[in-house]
Design a protein around this ligand. Structure first.
Ligand SMILES: Nc1ncnc2c1ncn2[C@@H]1O[C@H](COP(=O)(O)OP(=O)(O)OP(=O)(O)O)[C@@H](O)[C@H]1O
Length: 232
């Protein structure tokens, strides 16, 4: 068993005096797991994800991820650390003037991969997400589901150990959401650890994966093969 993410009594307070966005949260995620992070709006899901990305730092407690103590990670090592984590968001975050190929190629380019890597890895990952043949399309020439597939391809092209998804189906209709969910499941089955924050109860109930629930920043449920709204 290899732990890829470990939170030890992690508290995050954004503003002095405000209630904590995360309140003494401890949990471990093992390599290869699929974890749903659920909880009402403002419960701390995005904060949890931003702490793993090291976009925020905890007010108290320790976070280890991918073998690193994030509290000890020097600033210049952060880009290299982030290269090993893929991220996907509700609003896709594609560059509107760049085509599909270019949007995906950005990830290896900015992290300094050689050109031959870009030219092999981008077509491979576009095939993985089912977008081969659409390399030249611009984002506005794609459906929402296809745009999210581009974002997933961009997240996966550097072959990250962990994929963090913050409401990836939040802007998609139920049928399209199921397609995206199947893709994330397939990515997980090939060995990538996935942590997905979501409000989508139908998807969580269908997938029967580990469910971690936050309420007002506190971890209130951690259930294997769980459902969205289990009785506590
Ligand atoms: N940058 C920030 N500065 C101050 N407070 C913040 C900041 N980001 C989040 N918060 C507060 O922290 C708490 C947790 O927010 P967070 O975004 O983590 O919740 P969430 O579960 O992701 O919510 P949602 O489902 O609406 O995205 C909220 O009370 C929020 O207002």
């Amino acid at each position: 068993m290899v732990v890829v993410i470990r939170f030890e009594n992690v508290t995050k307070v954004y503003a002095r005096g405000a209630r904590p966005a995360l309140d003494e949260v401890s949990l471990e995620v093992e390599r290869g797991e699929f974890v749903f992070l659920v909880g009402s709006s403002g419960s701390g899901k995005s904060t949890f994800i931003r702490l793993i990305m090291r976009e925020e730092r905890p007010t108290a407690g320790q976070i280890h991820a991918l073998g690193k103590d994030l509290g000890q990670l020097s600033r210049w090592k952060v880009p290299h650390y982030r290269r090993r984590i893929g991220t996907v968001f509700q609003d896709f975050r594609l560059l509107s003037s760049k085509n599909v190929f270019e949007n995906v190629a950005i990830a290896p380019q900015v992290t300094g991969r050689p050109r031959h890597y870009v030219h092999t890895a981008v077509p491979e990952v576009l095939e993985l997400v089912g977008l081969d043949g659409k390399e030249k399309r611009l984002p506005h020439e794609l459906s929402g589901g296809e745009q999210q597939r581009v974002a997933i391809a961009r997240a996966m092209v550097n072959r990250p150990a962990v994929l963090l998804a913050d409401e990836p189906t939040g802007n998609l209709d139920p049928t399209t959401s199921i397609g995206i969910m199947r893709l994330l499941d397939r990515i997980n089955r090939t060995g990538t650890t996935v942590v997905m924050a979501t409000h989508d109860d139908e998807i969580v109930d269908q997938m029967r994966k580990r469910v971690v629930e936050l309420a007002d920043g506190a971890l209130v449920r951690d259930q294997s093969r769980g459902v969205y709204g289990a009785k506590r």
